[in-house]
Design a protein around this ligand. Structure first.
Ligand code: GDD
Ligand code: MG
Length: 194
């Protein structure tokens, strides 16, 4: 599937597969009329993910989640708590089914339709993950459980409802710093979704 004649991968060394997979990859970069360069990069493969902005256009509200995120705690986020759109890693299913399942697990809303709006590499220098971003309408009739995430995965997810304006202002105030959440809120603003 790979289609770049300038690139030749010569070695892939597994550094860790304790949870997800970290490889050290050596490759040759053969640029025309230039000496061949050898590069080494560490690449973290944790699969692909999906996220969704749940919105209600008549109430002008959105559903977001709050949870502890250790990597942010280790890098400048005082409490480690992050406000994010509902999101999860894909199992073997497609992104649309995954986000519908994840929405119910994390927020308690059972959606029947969602719309894919963005596909993005979140950290292309180091992480393989593609994130598929969706929007979907929710209302109270779709609420089937409390949400909160899977106990088995110790997720401890709080479900929050904000007006769209409140949520949008939290980007400016620095209360929302998660990239996929900022992208989806800005998408909603640009497209005048809410
Ligand atoms: N034991 C253990 N658990 C882990 C480890 N890494 C992750 N987990 C757990 O695996 C679960 C994954 O939950 P999901 O809801 O499927 O994924 P997510 O972490 O919400 O991922 C979403 O957000 C990420 C960060 O923005 C995105 O990168 C990802 O694509 C997705 O959108 C979480 O309970 C998480 O704590 C680990 O090293 N060890
Ligand atoms: Mg999640």
């Amino acid at each position: 599937m790979r289609k770049n004649p300038e690139i030749e991968i010569t070695e892939t060394k597994l550094l860790s597969d304790n949870w997800y997979v970290l490889n050290k990859v050596t490759f040759k970069y053969k640029k025309e009329n230039q000496p061949v360069e050898s590069h080494i990069r560490e690449v973290y493969d944790r699969g692909n993910g999906a996220g969704i902005l749940l919105y209600n256009s008549s109430k002008k509200t959105v559903i977001l989640t709050r949870q502890f995120r250790l990597p942010t705690y280790l890098n400048g986020n005082k409490t480690g708590m992050m406000i994010e759109v509902c999101a999860g890693l894909l199992d073997k299913e497609n992104a649309e089914n995954a986000i519908i399942r994840e929405t119910e697990e994390e927020t308690g809303y059972r959606l029947s339709k969602v719309q894919k709006v963005i596909e993005t590499y979140m950290s292309p220098g180091s992480v393989t993950e593609i994130l598929y971003l969706f929007v979907g309408e929710y209302d109270e009739n779709m609420k089937v459980s409390e949400g909160g995430g899977l106990d088995a995965e110790q997720e401890n997810i709080e479900v929050l409802e904000f007006t769209f304006d409140e949520a949008y202002a939290m980007i400016e105030s620095g209360e929302i710093t998660d990239a996929k959440t900022i992208m989806l809120l800005q998408y909603a603003k640009i497209k005048e979704l809410i």
